[in-house]
Every structure is written in C-alpha cells, then in structure tokens.
Design a protein around this ligand. Structure first.
Ligand code: HEC
Length: 145
C-alpha cells in the first residue's frame, strides 16, 4: 500500500506535453470551408478534443496514469485525422478521412464510447449524426470538382 501510494505520487512528476500547436486559419477545416456554426459546434464538442490541435483537457487529464491514456488517445486520434491541419492533406487523404468519418458516425464508432461517458454533451442525436454526415458528403462532392 505504501509503495503503491508512493509510486502514484512519483509518476505525477513524469511530464505529459499538453501544449496545443497553433492553428493556422489557412489549414483549418472549418475556416477553409466556412463551415456553418451548427456543424462547427458539433465538430467542436464531438470530435475536436481528439482530432484537432484545439484539445481541451479535462481536470482528470492531469492525473497520471489517466493522463497518459488520454494523451495516447489524442495522439492516435490526431494521427488518423486532424481537422486543424486539413489544408496539408492531399485529395486522396481528404476523401478517405471524409468517407471514414461518415462510416464511423453511421456505425456509432465515433466519438469513442469512453469519451461520451465522460462528456455526455458529445453524444450525437440521430439529427446531429445526419447533419454531420450530410455536411461531410457535401464536402466530398466539392472535392471531386
Ligand atoms: C476520445 C477521442 C476521440 C473522439 C472524441 C473522436 N475520435 Fe475519432 N479516433 C480516435 C482514435 C483514438 C482513433 C484511432 C483509433 C481507432 O480507430 O479507434 C480515431 C480514429 C478516427 C478515424 C479514422 C479511423 C477509421 O475509421 O479509419 C476517423 C475518420 C475518426 N476517428 C473520426 C471521428 C469523428 C468524425 C469524430 C467526431 C464525430 C471523432 N472521430 C471523435 C479518437 C477520438
């Protein structure tokens, strides 16, 4: 017991980098497409904590080892899809990410269930899902021209 408490105290000193890279308007998804505010708000609450450089870390994200697991999700989420760096992706990658986003929302795979448990506001209603899916489809059509 003593040692596990000490260990718990000690791992708090292992640094976790929670600084967000600055977001360039010229590369940011919602700025590039002038995304309407209702869709923008949904993306922000349901996707941006893991798929952008605008992550807002909750209080519990500062307690190791939870902080490591959260940072891990953020890193891995950003690797797969980063709305803040959208302008840097080529046409194939953009199409791929839009297709996968649509499929993931349809199958209730995104946002991750564990995230919804901590952020009830991120649970998408059927109407929210439709709004996002329709919006992503519209962008996909624009990409093709
Ligand atoms: C709690 C963090 C978190 C949130 C919130 C989140 N994601 Fe993800 N996402 C991840 C992680 C981690 C991965 C990579 C591992 C995986 O696929 O499960 C991922 C992967 C993806 C992928 C690529 C995987 C694939 O299907 O090929 C897409 C697309 C995606 N997310 C879209 C979204 C969208 C759209 C939202 C909002 C509606 C969202 N995500 C919300 C963490 C998150």
């Amino acid at each position: 017991m003593y040692w596990s408490l000490t260990g718990f105290a000690l791992i708090q000193f292992i640094p976790v980098d929670r600084t967000n890279k600055p977001v360039k308007k010229s590369e940011n998804f919602v700025d590039i497409y002038r995304t309407p505010s209702d869709v923008r708000a949904l993306l922000k609450t349901a996707c941006y904590d893991c798929h952008s450089n605008e992550t807002e870390y909750p209080g519990y994200a500062y307690v190791a080892p939870v902080s490591w697991s959260i940072k891990d999700h953020v890193n891995s989420g950003r690797e797969h899809l980063n709305f803040s760096e959208w302008g840097t992706f080529n046409a194939d990658l953009k199409k791929n990410m839009l297709e996968n986003s649509i499929a993931d929302i349809q199958q209730n795979r995104m946002p991750l269930a564990g995230y919804i448990a901590q952020h009830p506001g991120a649970r998408l209603s059927a109407a929210d899902q439709k709004l996002l899916i329709d919006y992503f489809s519209e962008i996909m059509k624009k990409q093709q021209n």
